[in-house]
Write a protein that binds this ligand. Structure first.
Ligand SMILES: C[S@@+](CC[C@H](N)C(=O)[O-])C[C@H]1O[C@@H](n2cnc3c(N)ncnc32)[C@H](O)[C@@H]1O
Length: 150
């Protein structure tokens, strides 16, 4: 989830290359256009991109009823209703699947850094990790990666 430009960090495209049938979602037309205009997109060798608001649009319209991996990188921070978002993720995640989240966490940048608001709070992290049977994390500088399993 979260399309954007072809900068080598694009998860749906990488999963597609690994042989998964991947669907990329973003609610910004510019992000979908950037993904579709990437080299892989132009060659038709990439995931199916959907212009969709994952928090409000009908998830029943997604191409598959369930997904082995749901991934969002630098997206969770921006979602207003995080519990509702997480309910929707659980709904589309296949049994035994993995929800992969990469997000900046608060408190890792100096107080003077204008980007320090990009980190999620401890309460938002608790909301993210509550109710999963497995929670694994790995830290990368200001980012934290979460692997969550139902
Ligand atoms: C900071 S960008 C991250 C883009 C990319 N995943 C990356 O790692 O570079 C966040 C993206 O999330 C998308 N986004 C935010 N809320 C969304 C929602 N409710 N449904 C779909 N996309 C959303 C934005 O349009 C934006 O493209």
């Amino acid at each position: 989830m979260g399309g954007g430009a072809d900068d080598g960090r694009d998860r749906p495209r990488r999963r597609h290359k690994l042989g998964y049938r991947a669907t990329g979602i973003d609610f910004a037309p510019s992000a979908i256009a950037a993904a579709q205009n990437s080299r892989a997109g132009r060659l038709g060798d990439g995931p199916a991109w959907r212009l969709m608001d994952f928090t409000t649009d009908d998830i029943a319209t997604l191409p598959d009823p369930a997904y082995a991996v749901v991934a969002c990188r630098l997206v969770y921070r921006w979602l207003d209703d995080k519990p509702a978002f997480l309910d929707r993720v659980r709904h589309v995640l296949a049994p035994g699947g993995t929800f992969w989240v990469v997000t900046e966490v608060a408190g890792r940048r100096p107080a003077s850094d204008p980007r320090k608001h990009l980190g999620i709070t401890a309460a938002e992290a608790e909301t993210l990790t509550a109710g999963w049977s497995v929670v694994r994390t790995a830290d990368l500088d200001v980012l934290r990666c979460y692997a969550l399993r139902p």
